[in-house]
Structures are given as structure tokens and as C-alpha cells.
Design a protein around this ligand. Structure first.
Ligand code: SF4
Length: 122
């Protein structure tokens, strides 16, 4: 499940990229695997979803959204769940300490290091 505390808020300018999504009229089942899907069927469906993403005008915005919100299912921004996990690890290794703190939900001075849900500005 994605982390709703990481969503960008209810401002249309943060979501309007979705109006230009190449998948907007596509069957969502192409992007989310059914329970138990394995092997070639899984790989073929992921590949078909990625082909749609490859020609999408908002791929970067979509991927940033999926990484920021930790989308736990489906193909977003042309990447599978496993590929997004790898991208997040790379992002966390390469970003500065302030952004790393923000991405983890920690605020300056928080002792426990636990997420400060609801305290982040949109
Ligand atoms: S990158 Fe892929 S999943 Fe994201 S909006 Fe475009 S087509 Fe849809």
C-alpha cells in the first residue's frame, strides 16, 4: 500500500499531470498484476505497460509521484515495484541530508526519528 502521508496534497497543480497520462484511457489491469500472476504472463503484462509509459509525456512526473508516495503496486513511470525500490535506494544514497530527512519523514530535532505524519507541508 502506498503511504498517503507522502501524497502531495489536494492542489490541482500537483496532480494535473495525470490529465496528460498516456494510460488515461488504458485498461488499468495492464499496469497492476492480478493475484498469483507469475512467469511469462507477469513479464509480458509488465512489458506491455512499459511500452505505454515509454511514449508518455508525463513519465517523469509520474515516476516522481510514485517514488515520493512509495507506490507499492503496479507500473508507474515505466518502472515496476522492484525497479522503483532500486531507484529509491539510489536516490537515498545520492541525495543530500536535508532531502533524506524529509523523505524519511524525520524533521530536524525529532528525537525518535519516527515519521512526523501530517507535519510536512505540501
Ligand atoms: S508513465 Fe506510464 S503509468 Fe505513468 S502516467 Fe504515463 S503511461 Fe501512465
Amino acid at each position: 500500500m502506498s503511504d498517503a502521508s507522502r501524497l502531495p496534497g489536494a492542489f490541482e497543480d500537483r496532480w494535473e499531470w495525470q490529465y496528460r497520462a498516456a494510460c488515461r484511457d488504458a485498461d488499468f489491469r495492464l499496469f497492476f498484476h492480478p493475484p498469483g500472476e507469475r512467469g511469462p504472463a507477469h513479464d509480458d503484462r509488465d512489458a506491455a505497460a512499459k511500452r505505454v509509459c515509454a511514449h508518455c509525456a508525463v513519465r517523469t512526473a509520474c515516476l516522481e509521484y510514485a517514488l515520493d508516495s512509495r507506490e507499492a503496486h503496479g507500473v508507474w513511470g515505466g518502472l515496476t515495484v522492484e525497479e522503483r525500490r532500486a531507484a529509491l535506494r539510489t536516490r537515498q544514497r545520492t541525495q543530500g541530508p536535508e532531502r533524506r530527512r524529509a523523505a524519511s519523514g524525520m524533521t530536524r530535532g525529532s528525537r525518535s526519528g519516527r515519521r512526523q505524519a501530517g507535519r510536512r507541508s505540501p
